[in-house]
Design a protein around this ligand. Sequence first.
Ligand code: PNW
Length: 497
Amino acid sequence: MSWSRALVFSALIAVSCSAEDLSFPPGFKFGAATAAYQIEGAWNVSDKGENIWDRFVHEDPTRIRNQENGDVACDSYNQVERDIEIAAELGLDYYRFSLSWSRILPTGFPNKISEDGTSYYNKLIDGLLAKGIQPFITLYHWDLPQSLQDLGGWTNPLIADWFSDYARVVFTLFGDRVKMWLTLNEPIVICDLSYNSARLAPGVYSPHVGSYICNKNVLLAHAKAWRIYDEEFKPKYHGKVSLANQLIWFEGKTEADAELAELTIQNMAGRYSHPIYSKEGGWPPGIEKILEENSLKRGFPRSMFPSFTQEEKEFIRGTYDFYAMNHYTSRYIRPAKEGETFRIWPLGDAEDLNAKIEVHPDWPTTASMWFFVNPEGIRKQLVWLKENYGDLEFMITENGLATFDGLDDTNRVEYYREYLKQVLVAIKEYGVNVTHYTAWTLIDNFEWVDGYHSKFGLYEIDFSDPKRTRTPRLSAHWYKKVIKAHSLDVTATKDEL
Ligand code: PNW
C-alpha cells in the first residue's frame, strides 16, 4: 500500500472503531516492566560479579550520552519496598523485571550462588506476592557476566550450556512462587544491533559474522532453558516460559515493495521467531540463501550464517508457552538505489536485503531518535503474527513512549490510549488472543546509550536527588484508572498531579 492510501485506510479504520466498546476481555492482565541494569544500581555491592554493561560504561564513559552509567541508576537494589509500593499503587496484575545474572552467580557459573543476590530477589518476589502482584521474570536483559564475555559470550556455542545452568538455578530458587518467565529479552538487540554496530555492550564489532553466530546460539540457549523448565519444573509448578522479541512493523513504501516488506519482517522478526513458533521450524524461508549469497559477495568462502542440523531444528521448534512481543515503532522499506550507503545506527538499514528504511513524514517524533509514533503498527504486527504462527496466546511484554522531563505527560497518555485501542481492535475484530499488556516502564531509568536523557517512566525519578524520589506522572494516574475500570473509557486530569 502506498503512503497516501495507507493514511486513507487508517482514517477508515479509526471511524469504524470509534463507536466501539473500549473494555478489555475478562481475564486480560495489565503490568509494567523494568530491567536489572536499568534500575538496580549497586553494581559492585557484596559479591556481585562484573557484567558487560558495567565494563562497557566504565571502560569508555564517552560511549554513553553525558557520560552517564547505571552504577546507581534508580537505586532499586536499596529501594525494593518503594518499587513494590508503586506497583501496588498502580494496581498492577503483574510486574515484569529481570535478574542480574552476575548478582546471582558472581562467577557466571553455578559453582557459587550469592546469598545477598538471592535474598534481594526473594524480597522483591515475596513483597509483590504479598500485595497480590504476580512476579514476571526475565532471566536475561542484556547484562552478561563479563567472565562469560571473556570466553566469547553469545558467539561461543557453549553459551547454551552456561545459560541453561543459570536458568536451572533460578527456576530452583524462585520457581515455587514465579509462574511467568521470559528467557531472553530481544535477542535481535543482543545479536544484530550489538554486533553490527558495537554501540551496545559488549562493544564488539563483528557485522554479518558475530551477529549471525549469536543468532543461532541465542535460540539454542533459549530452547535448552525452556526444555529444562518443561521437564524438571513445569510438572510441579505449572508456569509458562517464552522469550520476548522486539518487533518493528514494516510496510513497503510503495505497493511494489510489498514483497520486500514481507522479506524484511522475515529477516527481523522471523530469524528469532520462525525457528521456535512455526510448524516446520528452522530459519524463515528464503533467508538462508540470501545470507549465504551475501557472505560469498563479501569474500567469505562459505556462508557465515550458520544452518541448523535436523536435530537442532527439532530441539528449538515448539519451545514456547506463549508469544511475547515488545513493540514501539514502525518503518517503511524500499530497495536501495545504486551506490546508496547503509546506516548502521541507531537502527540499521536492511543491508542484507539491499534495502533502505524510512519513516512516514506524518509520524510524530519522540525523545528517542529511533522512535516514531504509529499506533496501527501494533495491530498489524499482531495480526501478522497470528497469520504466520497460528492462534497462540500473545502477550505484549513492552510498549511505551519516550518523553523528556515533566509530570504532565499528556502525550504519553495519548500514546498508550491509541496503541491500546489498536490492541483492542486486534482482539475484537481480528480475533488475536492477546492476554497481557505491559507498560514500559514503571519508573524512569537508565536508557542504555541514551543515559538518563529520554524518559519512559509512569513515575518520574529525580536523578539529582540521592534518594531517587519517585513521583507519579499523569500517565500513572491514567493507567491506574484503566486497570481498575478494565477499560480505556477513563480520563485523568492535570489537577490529579
Ligand atoms: C527496548 N527498536 O529496547 C528494551 O527492552 C528496553 O530495555 C528499553 O529501555 C526500551 O525498549 C526502550 O528503548 C528497544 O529498534 C530496542 O525499535 C530497539 C528498539 C526498540 C526498543
